[in-house]
Design a protein around this ligand. Structure first.
Ligand code: KG4
Ligand code: ZN
Length: 369
């Protein structure tokens, strides 16, 4: 089964082709047109600008993913079995650009549609077959230890706990099987990625916040046995539930830099402490949920799961303390928004026969998992 995935929920116009053989899913093409450079100057995504960019980019991106640059001229029907399309959650006008395109293609080509929840897509980034030339290895983006863990694809067993951390969401999801989700905790205010973006803005280090904070944090060389200068809270670390709260962390940074005349000289230390604070809370709550629900697998997903320290610290915690639990993280290229994850989620949904008529396909910017 071959599925075209289309994603346009925020500021990436993306299309990808996935092929499913048995339970194995390979990615045949993965094209992402990012608008990050456009939104950078505003310090965040401007919805109206994002939607206009999607309208311009979505067809060329689909063309490229299908590998037939002139398909709109000869009206060839590509040899795919379904089109998987993100219908929400996300920015309404951005979502509409992808959804309307998918509807037209479905009608013109007579190819069925599979409606995908964007968060479900992030989860399914963990189900993509790892290729030998995985970027973790070739570009040395992850250490070898992580690469070995990432390679253990065959082993995934349910129930699983999935920590989904992105710019728009922070959730702990109990996954009892394919398509079976229960949200057991979520953020009460800012998402983890949003917290990274806001902290970066306060510190004046750039956009998007996650990657810049991570690279500044890497420059921090430790405190040589002295007391740290900067101590931030670990919000809701000891709360009895599985919820998160990150907005207080941003306020804590603001208070600290207001008092600190020389904060610009200590950016790596601020970034290091901020990142570690988020990681401590994410890991503690995920492990607590894993124990409470007696899971067999822990997975990370979403843009923040690109964070190398989060990946590394979670991997070593699980390996050391819970050797019977399988740990999975998506390859780096499938952590932030892409259409490969949408195509893969589409494969599993198509397998269950869950198609939507083009007439009935609706955007839902507040779609729940
Ligand atoms: O999943 P994603 O691409 O889009 C949403 O669905 O929101 O996630 C984007 C978020 C941004 O907030 C970005 O700052 C964060 O993921 N992010 C990171 C890293 N790379 C991206 N956060 C922490 N560390 C990173 N390396
Ligand atoms: Zn996303």
């Amino acid at each position: 089964m071959k599925i075209l995935g289309i994603e346009s929920s925020c500021d990436e116009s993306a299309a990808a082709l996935a092929e499913m053989n048995g339970q194995k899913v390979r990615i045949l093409s993965n094209v992402v047109s990012s608008q990050v450079e456009i939104h950078k100057k505003y310090g965040g995504v401007v919805p109206e600008v994002a939607a206009r960019e999607h309208v311009v980019n979505i067809l060329p991106v689909i063309n490229e993913a299908l590998g037939i640059a002139d398909f709109q001229h000869n009206h060839l029907r590509p040899s795919i079995d379904a089109i998987a399309i993100t219908v929400g959650p996300g920015l309404i006008t951005s979502l509409m650009a992808g959804v309307e395109t998918a509807k037209v293609l479905s009608y013109a080509w007579k190819i069925p549609l599979v409606a995908i929840n964007h968060i479900e897509g992030h989860v399914y980034a963990n189900f993509i077959e790892v290729e030998q030339d995985d970027d973790c290895k070739t570009k040395n983006n992850d250490n070898n230890e992580l690469y070995r863990i990432i390679q253990k694809r065959e082993d995934l067993r349910f129930p699983a706990i999935v920590l989904t951390v992105s710019g728009g969401h922070t959730m702990l999801v109990l996954m009892e099987g394919h398509g079976k989700y229960q949200t057991i905790g979520e953020t009460r205010d800012d998402a983890a990625g949003e917290a990274f973006d806001k902290a970066a803005k306060l510190l004046g280090v750039g956009y998007p916040g996650g990657p810049v904070i991570a690279s500044e944090a890497e420059k921090y060389s430790g405190i040589d046995g002295k007391m740290p200068n900067i101590i931030l809270p670990r919000p809701m670390l000891d709360s009895k539930d599985f919820d998160f709260s990150f907005s207080g962390l941003k306020t804590a940074i603001r208070y600290q830099i207001e008092k600190d005349q020389e904060y610009r000289l200590r950016i790596p230390e601020y970034c290091h402490e901020f990142q570690q604070s988020v990681i401590d809370v994410l890991i503690a709550k995920t492990i607590k949920a894993a124990i409470r629900y007696n899971v067999k697998t822990i997975m990370l997903s979403g843009g923040v799961s690109a964070n190398k320290e989060l990946r590394r610290q979670m991997a070593s915690k699980v390996e050391l303390k819970f050797p019977d639990i399988i740990f999975r993280v998506p390859e780096l290229r499938y952590t932030t928004d892409n259409a490969a994850m949408i195509a893969v989620a589409g494969c599993y949904k198509a397998l269950r026969g869950e198609f939507t008529e083009w007439r009935d396909l609706r955007v839902n910017c507040n779609l729940k998992l």
